[in-house]
Design a protein around this ligand. Structure first.
Ligand code: LLP
Length: 418
């Protein structure tokens, strides 16, 4: 059975009847599945091994979903973490991810965050500017350490994805250009308390076409060889997409295909030209957790303004931002199956026109109190939410492997917002 499908007219997620959960807990809430999360992680990790990649390390991109219980599950499966803040570092460590499996990306690391990460001896700082390297080297001297540095290379490629989540070109704030990487290696003063141990790329997110990924791995390999340093790892980043829309299902590369492409490009452009055998690091977020979560809402009321039928729900763009900021498509499924009869706009309570989960979507006639699911919301859902309009953050629930339901984050109360 599909992870989210109807069974006797009732919508079931990861073998759990959603209506029974919605009767017990107040909407809106996120519902996650331990089984799907674990399966997604294992498929990714097994595919990397099956493609013959050297000692792969999967660093889950914490920004996609830093829920403590979810990260704990991944930690137990052996996952590392890709972090971008001191908060994410604390969360990863608390959840049991060892420091030597943590890579720290991001263009704006503060001195405080760097010192904390140095003290914890993280696997690597994925450095995004020369000034950042100067600061890390200085702080590393202060703490009598040698910082492990990985340059995030800007490979100057153009992946096919939404422009807001494309990161691999010159005009983007991310990564360092080839020339700057190579020039900095000549400046001894930058390396007194730092050592280059890796090179990384991350060219964008929700990638369904892997052409640019191949080009970027080629650049990564060529420049890694040009450093003349015996690097411990090559980090190919995250970005592998999922099928949010049914039309994307055919386009979506399988994990095994993606791993074959990574392995092939590394073999042709790196391993075949050297005796060095650096391990391969990955930073997936969406592919691991997007399909492991749904967002359950209640219908508040219908409003028909001439030709426009608005279905007003209790979840808003503050809870789930992707449709509002990227115009992203997410499936909408009523918890009780029925024939589609109305074409409507599914909108939330937030005072913004962009607070709209779907425009012109065909749905059955729904009434106040009926439940509706926004699909594939495990990644970049709760983590991007806000208190806009002074709304408390929603409840997060987990269906465990034994089918038990666990509250993994209670809803925020008004008192906690002040
Ligand atoms: N590594 C780095 C350095 C990143 O910046 C990101 C995502 C990842 C890994 C994980 O990428 P993934 O495998 O999840 O595609 N809010 C947007 C996505 C922003 C991605 C930011 N960086 C969305 O909802 O589509």
């Amino acid at each position: 059975m599909n992870d989210l499908s109807y069974h006797k007219k009732k919508l079931v997620f990861s073998k759990t009847d959603i209506s029974s959960v919605a009767q017990k807990y107040k909407t809106p809430f996120f519902l996650y599945s331990e089984e799907i999360l674990s399966r997604n992680y294992s498929s990714f990790s097994d595919a990397a091994k099956n493609a013959g990649l050297n000692d792969p390390l999967i660093c889950f991109a914490m920004k996609s979903n830093p829920n403590r219980e979810l990260v704990k599950i991944l930690a137990k499966l052996g996952s590392g973490a890709d972090i971008v803040s001191g908060g994410e570092l604390k969360r990863a460590l608390e959840a049991g991810i060892p420091a030597d499996k943590i890579v720290f990306s991001g263009v704006g690391k503060t001195a405080e965050e760097i010192e904390f990460a140095l003290k914890k001896d993280i696997y690597s700082f994925n450095v995004e500017s020369i000034e950042e390297l100067e600061l890390i080297n200085k702080l590393s001297r202060k703490h009598k350490k040698t910082a492990r540095i990985c340059f995030r290379l800007n490979p100057v490629v153009k992946p096919k994805t939404h422009k807001f989540i494309s990161t691999g070109n010159k005009t983007h704030k991310f990564g360092i250009l080839e020339k700057d990487v190579l020039d900095s290696l000549k400046k001894k003063s930058l390396w007194t308390h730092s050592r280059l141990v890796g090179l990384s790329i991350h060219i964008g997110s929700q990638l369904l076409d892997l052409k640019a990924t191949g080009q970027a791995i080629k650049r990564l390999s060529e420049i890694a060889l040009m450093t003349n340093i015996s690097l411990e790892f090559l980090d190919v980043g995250g970005g592998l997409g999922v099928d949010y829309h049914p039309d994307e299902t055919k386009k979506m590369p399988q994990i095994s295909e993606y791993m074959k492409l990574v392995a092939k490009h590394l073999e042709v452009h790196f391993y075949s030209k050297t005796d060095l055998r650096p391990r391969v690091v990955f930073e997936p977020g969406r592919k691991i957790v997007a399909k492991a979560g749904i967002f359950v809402m209640s219908v508040l009321r219908n409003k028909v303004s001439e030709d426009n039928h608005f279905l007003i729900v209790d979840g808003g763009m503050n809870d789930f931002m992707r449709p509002a900021i990227y115009g992203a498509y997410h499936g909408l499924l009523p918890v009780r199956e029925a024939k589609n009869q109305v074409r409507c706009h599914v909108v939330g309570p937030i005072c913004e026109t962009t607070d709209c989960f779907a425009s012109d979507r065909d749905l059955p006639k729904l009434q106040a109190g009926d439940h509706l699911v926004l699909a594939d919301t495990g990644a970049y859902g709760y983590s991007m939410g806000s208190n806009y309009n002074l709304r408390g953050r929603p409840l997060e629930l987990l269906v465990k492997k034994n089918k038990e339901l666990k509250v993994v984050n209670r809803p925020q109360k008004y008192e906690e917002l002040l």
